[in-house]
Design a protein around this ligand. Structure first.
Ligand code: ZN
Ligand code: ZN
Length: 146
């Protein structure tokens, strides 16, 4: 196996969760550790590859969890209240249908599951979570469902 970026023979394989430019149709890219460290799909802080999404965006699973825990339940609950206040019923229903199974399987509140997906979306698109939230309540943009 060779690194898809520098072509060196791999000593340590890092499997990046981004579509391969070399093997069209593959959702992973094989890289050496040096090339991974220069890649947006690798977290330097946690030294792990990011999670990959179908549109090619990525985010670090541990960075997401850190942010969710650091901002905490209070922010998650506030955000949920705002969504209840500003979103039309059919969108609330959509949110509920999407996140109820998630919160059940993770054994956490639906507030926290929705909050995590706001944080995840923000990281994937390099926005602030405030901005993502604003788009949701002002423009009814449920991009986090995508
Ligand atoms: Zn390389
Ligand atoms: Zn990270």
């Amino acid at each position: 196996m060779h690194c898809e970026y520098c072509g060196r023979n791999l000593e340590t394989i890092v499997i990046l969760n981004i579509p391969s430019k070399k093997y069209i149709g593959s959702y992973n890219t094989f890289a050496c550790i040096d090339c991974s460290k220069n890649n947006d799909a690798y977290c330097l802080r946690h030294e792990i590859p990011h999670l990959g999404f179908i549109d090619g965006t990525t985010a670090c699973r541990l960075c997401i969890e850190e942010k969710v825990e650091c901002l905490g339940e209070k922010v998650a609950n506030n955000y949920f209240c705002e969504l209840l206040k500003y979103l039309p019923n059919n969108q609330l229903k959509e949110l509920h249908e999407r996140f109820e199974p998630v919160s059940k399987s993770l054994n956490e509140s639906i507030e926290k599951s929705i909050f995590r997906s706001i944080i995840t979306y923000a990281m994937r698109f390099k926005k602030s979570h405030e901005e993502v939230m604003e788009n949701m309540i002002e423009h009814w943009e449920l991009a986090i469902l995508s």
